[in-house]
Design a protein around this ligand. Structure first.
Ligand code: GTP
Ligand code: MG
Length: 285
């Protein structure tokens, strides 16, 4: 398993190579200089998935700050009873809105992953606590070869204006549990700003419905041997409204998931998928 921490400070500084080596061609490229498709010479596309439930006062701020190179914005609506969808469409007429299938933030995220098309999938919240300008860092790290990129509020250059002492303590207990159990070196765990390559979605084998989904993504990525990076992130306070997270209830859900994941590592389908074109050249023909 490879966990690489990317250090960020302003002005953007260079990728710091640690135990794991970055591909040489990219190792001295400054963070925050995301290449467009044209100058990248590649055709990778970027989808941004935003789970939103009753965020009419926050969603415009988020959508207006999405970088222009993003190819698709998918808002996964949790059956909002306010005007979240209307405000979103007004702020970004190109936003795709899908109703979530199932209940909870995890179900919403899985709906977004299934219904989006981008080669890269970036997830961020709709409450204004995650700066869309930071999408650059996630995309940069995926460009550099990582499969999963997680935001960390604990790395130098990161921070949180939203973590209460209880939540900070709970997150610390959970991240320590993961590091001790799986031998990892994460600095943050329960945070929903992350990105991954679509080609790894099957490896992630997600089933979570609630706030445990972020932990499930991390643990299943470890089990699947994905290359994981952490990038510093600054968590802002939610702009308006109240949290949907309950520290004790959701903390217990996460702990329950970790216990199950440790006792019964999920078995995954191991069937290789062979491209039909690879089967046309039959050696005996
Ligand atoms: N579609 C959908 N979105 C959800 C659901 N629950 C939460 N969300 C969204 O997921 C994001 C994170 O939820 P929050 O309630 O902000 O949870 P939190 O960030 O832990 O709590 P705060 O720190 O108080 O903001 C927000 O964009 C919510 O609108 C849900 O059941 N369905
Ligand atoms: Mg929030």
């Amino acid at each position: 398993m490879t966990i690489q921490s990317l250090n960020r400070s302003r002005p953007p500084q260079r990728l710091r190579t640690g135990a794991a080596q970055l591909p040489a061609a990219h190792s001295d490229r400054p963070l925050g200089t995301v290449r467009s498709h044209a100058d990248h010479g590649e055709t990778r596309t970027v989808s941004v998935v935003i789970p939103a439930m009753n965020e009419e006062r926050n969603i415009a701020w988020v959508l207006e700050r999405i970088p222009p190179y993003v190819d698709e914005i998918l808002l996964v609506d949790g059956h909002s009873t306010d005007n979240t969808v209307g405000v979103a469409r007004q702020a970004r007429p190109d936003v795709q809105v899908v109703p979530q299938r199932g209940c909870g933030k995890g179900a919403a995220m899985r709906t977004g992953f299934e219904d989006s098309f981008g080669d890269y999938v970036v997830v961020l919240d709709a409450d204004g606590s995650m700066d869309p300008g930071e999408i650059d860092y996630y995309v940069s790290a995926l460009d550099d070869g990582y499969d999963l990129v997680k935001g960390s509020r604990e790395l130098p250059g990161g921070g949180s204006m939203d973590l209460t002492p209880l939540r900070r303590w709970g997150n610390h207990v959970l991240v320590t549990t993961v590091n001790v159990t799986w031998g990892s070196e994460f600095t943050d765990l329960c945070y929903g700003y992350l990105a991954f390559k679509r080609e790894r979605l099957d490896d992630l084998a997600l089933t979570g419905r609630g706030f445990e989904i972020e932990t499930e993504i991390t643990i299943n990525a470890i089990h699947a041997g994905l290359r994981i990076a952490e990038v510093p992130t600054v968590e802002l306070s939610r702009h308006y409204g109240t949290s949907n997270l309950n520290a004790w209830r959701d903390g217990r859900r996460i702990l329950g998931f970790l216990t199950r994941a440790r006792l019964h590592p999920r078995s995954r389908p191991v069937t290789d998928r062979i491209d039909r074109r690879a089967l046309t050249a039959t050696p005996w023909a």
